[in-house]
Design a protein. Sequence first.
Length: 255
Amino acid sequence: MVAKSTEFAYAGAIRRAFGDARPDFVPRLRGVTPSGLEMLQAAVKNYWEERDDVAQGQRLADGLAKIRPSAKKARLRIVPGEEGSKRFEAAIRRYANTRVKLVVLLMLGLGFRSGETLLLSKQALEDSLKTGYIVLKAETTKGKKPRALPTTKATRVIEALLETLALSPHAAVNRPEQPVPWRVLGELLAAPGSNVITQRNMLARHIKKIALSSGLATESSLDGWSPHMLRHIFTARMSRDGAPHAYVKFALGHS
């Protein structure tokens, strides 16, 4: 299951890959990356499920897998230990792009998925400073279930986001005399009107740069460094701190 905004992004991905909104001609697809292929498989399944034809969606998704059978190849993901996590966080704090730095620190402190983070509203951040809890709405979560988490380890980051980014970062580029306020965090990372997939891809590129600067990765070992790695680091840190397994599952949004 995906958030509604992600469904719209998937529909756009289908149109770009297949030329229209009916992805019937699978062999037209060329040059897609493994991660891009997996996203398109989810997109076509979602497209046809919305039209009450699950079998058609599965057939087309299976067809995509046959074009690039190596795309499902398992990746070795090595989560940095305590010392490595500290080096990575230090590299985040040194990162020149303030907007990215704050968003990544927020993800690291709360363990949110990239889509959940990018869809966080300004109102949700402001409310969290009053209540001490940040609330994820059901429509923005993968499992379509709302959850509220204490902001203890992210309060300063949230304050910095609201203070430093009171206006859209694109206001000065567009019309400085008419600043454009931002609504969700994803709008701070990409051009206004961009979809969540574009925002996530931009976030992923920044995380790879941070991993390189930390010395934990090289150009040949960047595959595992994605926004999802932040959740692995968050989970490992929670476990080291003795957090109950049930709470860690809840914080991650796992059933």
